[in-house]
Design a protein. Structure first.
Length: 126
């Protein structure tokens, strides 16, 4: 049985926006709210170039990546055709207006992925 961690109230997430949940290891998790007050959670990393999905615009059940406008499905984390790739999704439970995420997933799911670092590429000395 899953242990659920309280994240916030649904009203704390902007309509057609997101809220970031930081984790001690790995990339943050983005929790999204659409116009119908449905709540979704994805790794805050676009599968294309690693853009912060939490800064994208939510429309329907998708989010537009702020870097290159890729459309990512909030229900499955996958890019819409013709683009390809997926970002990990997280289980969400909403009870009495409170958003919960699976505590085990927050601790272990996709913790091996890193946020890309902007700037010039550094050469590695041999």
């Amino acid at each position: 049985m899953s242990e659920w961690k309280v994240i916030c109230r649904v009203d704390d997430i902007p309509v057609l926006g997101a809220r970031r949940v930081t984790r001690p290891v790995g990339v943050d998790v983005a929790v999204f709210r659409n116009a119908d007050d449905e709540v979704f959670a994805l790794l805050d990393r676009c599968p294309h170039k690693g853009g912060p999905l939490s800064q994208g615009i939510v429309f329907g059940t998708s989010v537009a990546c702020p870097l290159h406008n890729w459309s990512i499905g909030l229900d499955d984390g996958c890019a819409k055709s013709p683009d390809e790739g997926c970002t990990p999704r997280f289980a969400v439970k909403v009870a009495d207006g409170v958003v919960h995420l699976d505590a085990d997933e927050l601790e272990s799911h996709a913790t091996d992925l890193e946020r890309p670092v902007a700037g010039p590429r550094r050469s590695v000395a041999a």
